[in-house]
Every structure is written in structure tokens, then in C-alpha cells.
Design a protein around this ligand. Structure first.
Ligand code: FAD
Length: 458
């Protein structure tokens, strides 16, 4: 079907970005084929089986609106108003993300979201092939070879759009043609998923409308609610021992007994909530985390990468999918507004790469904030000042989290302004233990001088 047809595009991967991009492009009149390595999740259940969830924010929602898929997604989502911080031995405290319920994030099931988007892509006219993993690309013959279920097929293509995730095969095939400048910075920390099941009466065991965090310095647990009234718990900690501290690590916490001892010591309030702790700890794999950086995302008009295939990031700002969804809209727009594919791919890369780099860097910074700072008095005082300055300078001093999560201004602009704002907050609260001693005239003058009013991207 595709071949040399200039109005056809071939997407590799029907994950979150691939399925959304297929929808957007098919809706705009492109003939779209999608090749996915896994089986059809509507027939055989979502691979992995466990209910893994993700935080959906305004950038992702906006992209879903563009595909008219937001209604179906929000029906299955659980609202999260803020972080519920669980200190060791203390009472949990809710730190709101925004000013009110118009500024919230949503917990969505990865499997349900993927299925909704696959349905949307097919309804829009895209043709999806499951159990067809990309093996290789012949850029001269303009064919791809895909295999699955013991069969191998060769398909012609006009241009390839790489949505095949962090371990992208298309990226490797492109890299064999031209050096993409690829490097991965491994975090040295990994993660393991556990579960808080529903209570005996079928309800949630803890506050449902929050993202729960158990911060413990250099490691932490988090929990996000699911609409089945359970929570997916994720433990983040070092992969290996660090000579500089005696923190736990995945090399030494291995057995069921190790896991129980760790949770008894550091997360005792979660023990009654996670009845299958020992079983799940041993059964579930340790995931690794890293930041993938590339110098180039496209090969002329032949192929382009987006989402995790182009810029995988650590998950601590909850923006990997949101950023991937923004990519999909940006690429669809570029394809519409440029006469040829090579120019469109180049414009997409020029537009999105600085922003992807910015959110990758902010995601790394946010790990420190989540695991260490959310119960730190200096940080909490800075946050209190941040809220005051937002009231005193509406539209000019916008909290970092709001710029990233509730707005669609470029990530790079959010990073630039966040750095200025952090400087103002740190200077104004230095040596203080409450906002009483703040020199408001000096702070207001600094805000006026260094920050221009901010208009949201409409
Ligand atoms: P993927 O979702 O990885 O999809 C890739 C698809 O390509 C898959 O379907 C795969 O089967 C397919 N594929 C792979 N290889 C081939 C091949 N050779 N041929 C054909 N198909 C292939 N982001 C958020 O926005 N919010 C969050 O709260 C959040 N939490 C996260 C928590 C964790 C622990 C992790 C690890 C990530 C989190 N993310 C979050 C990031 C998010 O999961 C990714 O950014 C997002 O899944 C990227 O989408 P994608 O479509 O680019 O890649």
C-alpha cells in the first residue's frame, strides 16, 4: 500500500506515540501503516499484564484533544491534586500541585490508554500490523523487513517515523547509515513495581486523588491510583552499593526477606497496604533508567525519530509520554506546513530538540526534589514564597511545576524562567525560617526586573 506513494507514511511502533501519531496523520489525510512488535493488546491483553500507570498533564491532554481522544481517556483517569508526602514516622501531608482543581494531573493506565489510541488510529483509517517487529531497513531499496510469529515480511516504504521506544531498532538502522551522535547517560538508579490492591470493601486503601511519595533521601517509593481502585507502587533506588553511603540498593535487596526488612525499616506504613510485597518484589524485574541524547533525529526525508526513540528521559517529571504526545502534534503540523518530507523533518527536529533536552534536564533535577526535598524545611519555605509571588505577580511569576505541567509554553522557556525564579527564591529566603522576614520590596523589584509577563501557548 505504501511504497513510493508520496502521501503515505510508515510508523514503527504502536505504543503511546505511534498510535497517537497514526491517528493525527490519518485524520489529516495521510495513508498510514503501523508495524508493532507486540501482539494486538485488544485480543491478548496488554503485554506485561500488570496495571502500570502514568501521569497525564496538559501537554499530553492537549495532544489527545487534537486527536479527539481526550474524552475516552479522561473517563478512565483518576485525578491527582498534589503530592501526598509520607514522612518516616510522621503524618502524610498533601502538597497541592496547582491553585485549585483546574490545575491537576491525571493517572491513566498505560494499557487502557494504548488500546484507546489504537482504536482511534484504526477509526481514523490507519492500518495496523501487530506481531510485526522491525528487524532491518534497506534505505536504497526503500523496504523494511519485519518479523513475528515465525513469519518474515518485506514491505515498501515512502518514509519511516520511528515511535519504537527507547531501544529503537529504527534508530540503530539509521545510525548504521549516518552517525546520529547517540549516547545514553545511565542514572545508576533503577525501579521496581509493586501494588496496593483495593480494600476489602472494593474501595481505595489510601487517598485516591493524590500522587503518594515516601521520600527517603536518595531513594523513594511513589504510588499512583488506578481506576480499578488499586495503586501502582514504584520503588526507586540505586542499582549498586555506593561507597559514600549505606543506602539500600537493588544488588543487595534481592530476596523476599531483604524486601521485608527494607520496608519494615524505611516504609513501615506501606506494609499493611502491600500484601504481596515479598512475592511481587521477587517476581517483578528491576527497570533501568537513563537519558538518551542524539545529535540528529532524522535522515533527510527518509526517516525521523520521536518520543522515547529520540529522547528517552528519566520519569521523575512525569513528562516522557506528555513530551512524546507534543512531538506527535508538532510532527503532524510540520508535515502539513512544509512541501517536502526532508524540510518537514528538519523543521520538526529544530523545533523540538531544544525542548526535549530541557525536559530531560528538568526530569533529572526533579528526582532530587521528589526523593529528598519535598520534606525539607528550606525547600518548603521556598515553595511557600513561590505561591505568594504567584499571587503578587500573576502571569509573571509562575511556579516551575505549573509551567511544565499546566501550561504548554516551550519546555526550554520553562527551564530558563525556572532558573531565574529559583535564584530569586533562594536569595529571598536565605537564613529565614518563615516568610515574616522577607524583604517584599526587594523581591518584587527583582521579579519585575528579571521576569516578563508570560503568555501561554494558545
Ligand atoms: P513506548 O511507549 O516505549 O512504545 C514503543 C512501542 O514500540 C511499543 O509498543 C513497542 O512494543 C514497539 N516496538 C519496540 N521495538 C519495536 C520494533 N523493532 N518494531 C516494531 N515495534 C517496536 N511519562 C509520562 O508522561 N508520565 C509518567 O507518569 C511517566 N511515568 C513513567 C514511569 C516509568 C517507570 C517509566 C519507565 C516511564 C514513565 N514515563 C512517563 C515515560 C513514558 O513511559 C514514555 O515516555 C512513553 O511510553 C514514550 O512513548 P513511546 O511511544 O515513544 O515509546
Amino acid at each position: 500500500m505504501t511504497g513510493a506513494d508520496p502521501k503515505s507514511l510508515t510508523i514503527i511502533g504502536a505504543g503511546l506515540a505511534g498510535a497517537l501519531l497514526a491517528t493525527l496523520l490519518a485524520q489529516r489525510g495521510w495513508r498510514v501503516e503501523v508495524f508493532e512488535r507486540r501482539g494486538d493488546p485488544r485480543l491478548q491483553g496488554y503485554a506485561g499484564g500488570r496495571s502500570i500507570n502514568l501521569a497525564l498533564a496538559e501537554r499530553g491532554l492537549h495532544a489527545l484533544r487534537a486527536a479527539d481522544a481526550h474524552g475516552a481517556v479522561l473517563e478512565q483517569a483518576v485525578m491527582m491534586r498534589g503530592r501526598m508526602v509520607h514522612p518516616l514516622g510522621g503524618e502524610p501531608q498533601l502538597q497541592r500541585y496547582g491553585r485549585d482543581d483546574s490545575e491537576v494531573i491525571w493517572s491513566v493506565s498505560r494499557g487502557e490508554l494504548n488500546i484507546t489510541l489504537i482504536d482511534a488510529a484504526e477509526a481514523a483509517g490507519a492500518v495496523l500490523h501487530f506481531d510485526q517487529g522491525l528487524d532491518s531497513v534497506d534505505f536504497d531499496a526503500r523496504t523494511i523487513t519485519c518479523s513475528g510469529n515465525g513469519e518474515t515480511h518485506v514491505h515498501p516504504f515512502n518514509a519511516l517515523l520511528g515511535c519504537d521506544g527507547a531501544g529503537s531498532t529504527l534508530r540503530a538502522q539509521m545510525g548504521a547509515q549516518r552517525d546520529l551522535g547517540e549516547r545514553t547517560e545511565w542514572l545508576g538508579h533503577g525501579y521496581k513495581e509493586l501494588e496496593i490492591p483495593p480494600a476489602a470493601d472494593g474501595g481505595f486503601r489510601i487517598e485516591p486523588n493524590a500522587l503518594h511519595i515516601w521520600p527517603r533521601g536518595r531513594y523513594m517509593c511513589i504510588a499512583l491510583p488506578n481506576d480499578e481502585r488499586n495503586f501502582t507502587v514504584t520503588l526507586f533506588m540505586a542499582l549498586h552499593a555506593d561507597a559514600g553511603n549505606d543506602d539500600p540498593d537493588f544488588d543487595s535487596v534481592v530476596t523476599a526477606a531483604d524486601a521485608r526488612a527494607l520496608f519494615e525499616r524505611d516504609f513501615p506504613d506501606t506494609l499493611p497496604l502491600i500484601p504481596e510485597l515479598e512475592h511481587d518484589f521477587v517476581a517483578n524485574p528491576v527497570g533501568s533508567l537513563g537519558t538518551l541524547r542524539l545529535d540528529r533525529w532524522h535522515l533527510g526525508g527518509d526517516a525521523v525519530l520521536l518520543g522515547d526513540a529520540a529522547h528517552a528521559m528519566v520519569p521523575f517529571h512525569g513528562q516522557g509520554m506528555n513530551c512524546a504526545f507534543e512531538d506527535c502534534v508538532a510532527l503532524a503540523d510540520c508535515l502539513e506546513s512544509h512541501a517536502d518530507l526532508a524540510t518537514a523533518f528538519a523543521a520538526f527536529e529544530a523545533d523540538r530538540k531544544p525542548d526535549a533536552t530541557a525536559i530531560q534536564d528538568m526530569a533529572l533535577e526533579n528526582y532530587i526534589e521528589m526523593r529528598d526535598l519535598v520534606d525539607d524545611p528550606e525547600f518548603l519555605l521556598q515553595q511557600a514564597l513561590e505561591r505568594k509571588l504567584q499571587e503578587r505577580h500573576p502571569g509573571r511569576f509562575v511556579p516551575h511545576y505549573s509551567m511544565v505541567t499546566f501550561m504548554r509554553i516551550p519546555y526550554s522557556l520553562a527551564l530558563e524562567r525556572s532558573n531565574i525564579q529559583r535564584g530569586i527564591l533562594v536569595t529571598a529566603t536565605r537564613g529565614l525560617d518563615s516568610l515574616d522576614g522577607v524583604d517584599w520590596a526587594a523581591v518584587d523589584a527583582e521579579v519585575e526586573k528579571r521576569l516578563t509577563p508570560l503568555a501561554d501557548a494558545a
